[in-house]
Write a protein of this length. Structure first.
Lengths: 176, 696
């Protein structure tokens, strides 16, 4: 990779990191898994970077990679054996701020409870389209489904979340 | 703002571990490396001389195409426009043009025919050999800035030091000079189909599957040494016309810079609408040699050189003295007609004059008489021509995205004539005098689709080596010139810009490579890297940011020299050439660190040893840079009892070059070996008869 692409890639890593980690958590990963997933995703993107970096479908490509990484890791041992809230996971100094670790676990728990009732396809759509705020077309590309499917899954997912807002309000109707 | 959205925003994602990600990305790339995997290659040996033959997985697909039906009769000239808008005056009439040809040609004819012939020897009192020894005139040009001084005054080092840029193969898989301008080659691809030419057969391969599949083969009628261009489903093959009657005089015996030489050119158009049965759709022949062929989108432009007419000259015999022979020969020249001088085009068995007399410009008589034709056409309509001419010989054609520059070759007059100091009326019996032409003439044509319009002319003292010596960027022509009678014994970089009808000099840097010859030049937006050579290889980096003041940024001396430079990106550059090694003087490939062009360093060098020659120096199409693999493929040959062709796959990592060498071809087919990158990242290795995927 030539230096310009490499520095563009490094910029992209910095800029996309928070959303990738959050998306991984919202898609069901534990905090430390989420960081591993985000990292694995970015590393995978490095290889084809020059082909995707210029295109406006870059985000679609990257999130598709994230979904692939998630799918791949779910097949591996650690996903099956995963244990919630193991002390090591809590203490893992991911970015050196101990207080954050507990907060991460707490938030992840809340998110998983709220989104756990969604089917996987609907959850993917709602995370990419609603939270990551990919466009309809990008979401469709990332998921490999027609844009119409994105639309219908999103409305179904939001409706489902609205109907099950005993934990969290997603509809926006009840302002806090 | 909902709770989930709050949670999204509140989640402490932390900072990206960018360094860790970059490091594992690099490691991952390393793991992806594989050596020979595919059965395509029977064996592979790293670095050693023992190699492997490429065993293609071929499937024969018969089906020869039929001839081209339905070609409209005759070549059609498109409506002409004011093709000459600068100082070049088109001929007022056909008589006017013929007068010019006859008058200027009279100086060229001697008792033995064209050129001075033996009279050079007979009459050479004050021989040119002596005059040739030019006294060094350091800093000859008053505005010149000596390279050494420039380096000394290079104390300030601004942050915006110019950089090299990556250059990759064209969309059709050819390593070209200009990114926007495609060049003909014996191999082309659109990513799905791969086309090769060998022995005047066009072979179509399907490269979309796991293995290459040979779909069809079509003999290209009446063409020799064809090279092809690809525009959509249309193949345009250009080459020598092997059905042409006796060619005109071409003292070189071959074209130069172009795909094929000789006195006649044929352009065949082949439709690939059915790749299994390609068919020739148009057949256009010119009785002029090919100097250059280029493709801009669907527009094809060829530059032709007619050469001097083949006249029935006599020679002095026992009874006929030189004076008598000269008189008879002059009479022959005076009796020539325009048909002898202007090229004809034949399409659909109808022959017509390619150029209208009033579309031929008459340059100053500094230019050797000849006819250079600039012909544009659309790939889909090779018989609808936009043709203009120049009654002179140039020898070098370079095309940028929207300009064509013709430049005169340096040195001795191509017809073996020495320019007469006494002037044309003195006649050849005055004998040789003067010096090799010290000034190169430049003609700037603006390109618009198939049309070329002459917009400016200029000249530069010094000699222009080849098309790589010229480059246009942002309307500024940059020229690397070697020494001539008009310069000191050094090379220079000169910038010229259009000022009205003149290509006016804007800036120059002299004093490069004193007593050395230019070996290779590579241009960037605001930088040029130039290699000269006599005993060591000084590599110069010259800043062209300010075109009025080219500035030497740095130089590097290493043993040997690079005859071809390829920028990998803004950090690294490859130099392919020759130099000393443990196994003797031979091909060498250097990896240069050009991150800071003021301090170019050679990081590593591969020496192939005695008798190895890297072909990229002669033909850059023998070099392919594969950025995704961080590898390049280059063709080498070894002279033993015959020519043996090798492919060297060179990986770049950690500032080192690692290569494996494969023996792939023998004899003349070595010139046809290409590594063609496909859009999906795979690479096809094309040898004489085969095309097979190459694992990098």
């Amino acid at each position: 990779m030539d230096p310009e692409s490499e520095s563009a890639y490094a910029d992209y890593v910095e800029q996309s990191w928070p959303s990738l980690v959050r998306a991984a958590v919202f898609l069901g990963a534990r905090p430390h898994e989420a960081e591993d997933l985000a990292q694995a995703t970015l590393v995978r993107c490095y290889t084809g970077w020059e082909r995707v970096s210029g295109a406006d479908n870059r985000d679609a490509y990257v999130y598709r990679m994230l979904l692939n990484c998630l799918r791949d890791t779910r097949r591996t041992r650690w996903w099956k054996d995963r244990q919630y809230d193991v002390p090591e996971a809590l203490e893992r100094p991911a970015t050196g701020r101990g207080a954050d670790a507990a907060e991460r676990v707490a938030i992840a728990d809340a998110v998983h409870r709220a989104l756990g009732s969604l089917s996987k396809p609907n959850r993917d759509v709602v995370v990419l389209r609603y939270f990551v705020q990919l466009s309809e077309r990008q979401t469709a590309e990332a998921l490999g489904v027609p844009p119409g499917t994105v639309k219908s899954r999103l409305s179904r997912a939001l409706a489902h979340l609205a109907a099950n807002d005993h934990l969290l309000d997603i509809s926006g109707r009840s302002a806090r | 703002m909902t709770d989930l959205e709050n949670l999204w925003d509140d989640y402490p994602a932390g900072d990206a571990p960018t360094a860790r990600i970059l490091a594992s990305a690099a490691r991952q790339r390393g793991r992806r490396r594989r050596l020979l995997v595919r059965p395509v290659l029977t064996a592979g040996v790293a670095t050693g001389l023992a190699g492997a033959f490429v065993a293609g997985t071929l499937v024969d697909g018969g089906g020869l195409g039929s001839g081209g039906p339905g070609t409209p009769p005759g070549a059609r000239q498109l409506p002409s426009h004011a093709a000459f808008q600068a100082d070049l005056e088109p001929a007022a009439s056909c008589d006017d043009l013929l007068d010019t040809y006859v008058r200027r040609a009279a100086d060229l004819v001697g008792p033995w025919g064209w050129g001075g012939g033996p009279n050079r020897v007979l009459l050479g009192g004050d021989g040119p050999g002596m005059r040739n020894e030019v006294t060094p005139l350091d800093g000859a040009a008053p505005s010149a800035q000596s390279a050494e001084r420039a380096v000394a005054g290079n104390a300030y080092q601004d942050r915006s030091t110019p950089r090299t840029d990556r250059q990759v193969n064209s969309d059709t898989g050819t390593n070209v000079q200009e990114a926007a301008v495609d060049e003909p080659d014996t191999v082309k691809t659109d990513g799905e189909l791969l086309l090769t030419v060998r022995d005047d057969d066009l072979v179509v391969w399907d490269v979309s599957g796991d293995d290459t599949e040979r779909l069809s083969s079509l003999p290209l009628p009446g063409i020799e040494d064809a090279e092809i261009m690809l525009s959509g489903e249309t193949v345009v093959a250009v080459g020598a016309d092997d059905e042409a009657p006796a060619a005109r005089t071409d003292p070189y015996g071959h074209g130069h810079g172009g795909a094929a030489g000789g006195g006649a050119t044929r352009v065949l158009t082949v439709s690939l609408a059915d790749p299994a049965e390609p068919e020739v759709t148009r057949d256009v022949a010119y009785d002029a040699g090919l100097l250059s062929a280029r493709q801009h989108g669907s527009s094809i432009r060829i530059v032709l050189e007619s050469g001097l007419p083949d006249l029935a000259f006599v020679t002095p015999t026992g009874r006929r003295g030189p004076e008598e022979a000269l008189r008879r020969n002059r009479a022959l020249v005076e009796g020539t007609t325009l048909e002898d001088w202007l090229p004809n085009v034949t399409s659909d068995d109808k022959e017509s004059q390619l150029l209208d007399c009033t579309n031929v410009a008459i340059p100053s008589d500094e230019l050797t008489i000849d006819t250079t034709s600039v012909v544009g056409f659309d790939a889909g309509a090779a018989d609808e021509l936009d043709a203009i001419g120049l009654a002179g010989r140039t020898g070098i054609a370079y095309e940028s995205a929207d300009h064509l520059f013709l430049a005169t070759e340096s040195g001795w007059d191509p017809w073996g004539r020495w320019p007469m100091e006494a002037g044309p009326e003195a006649g050849p019996e005055v004998g040789p005098g003067g010096e090799p032409r010290g000034t190169s003439y430049l003609f700037d044509f603006e390109l618009d689709g198939t049309r070329a319009t002459h917009v400016a002319s200029g000249e530069v003292e010094g000699s222009v080596r080849d098309r790589w010596s010229l480059d246009e960027a942002d309307g500024v022509l940059r020229v690397a010139v070697g020494p001539s009678s008009e310069t000191g014994r050094f090379s220079s970089v000169v910038t010229l810009e259009r000022d009205g009808q003149d290509l006016a000099e804007r800036g120059r840097l002299d004093g490069l490579g004193r007593n050395e010859d230019i070996q290779s030049v590579r241009w960037f937006d605001d930088l040029v890297i130039m290699v000269t050579f006599r005993r060591v290889d000084p590599l110069y980096a010259i800043d062209l940011t300010d075109t009025t003041r080219p500035r030497l940024l740095g130089k590097l001396k290493v043993p040997g020299f690079s005859s071809y430079l390829h920028p990998l990106g803004s950090w690294r550059m490859i130099g392919v050439g020759e130099g000393p090694g443990a196994k003797g003087w031979g091909a060498q490939i250097g990896l240069f660190d050009v991150r800071d062009v003021t301090k170019v360093r050679r990081l590593d060098v591969l020496s192939y040893g005695r008798r190895f020659e890297a072909l990229a120096g002669l033909d850059p199409r023998a070099f392919t840079w594969l950025p995704d693999e961080r590898a390049f493929v280059t063709v080498l040959q070894r002279h033993w009892t015959s020519r043996v062709g090798y492919v060297s796959v060179v990986r770049i990592g950690d500032g080192r070059l690692g290569q494996r060498l494969m023996r792939v071809e023998y004899g003349a087919d070595v010139d046809l070996v290409r590594a063609v990158p496909l859009p999906d990242g795979r690479v096809v290795l094309v040898t004489g008869e085969k095309a097979a995927f190459l694992e990098i």
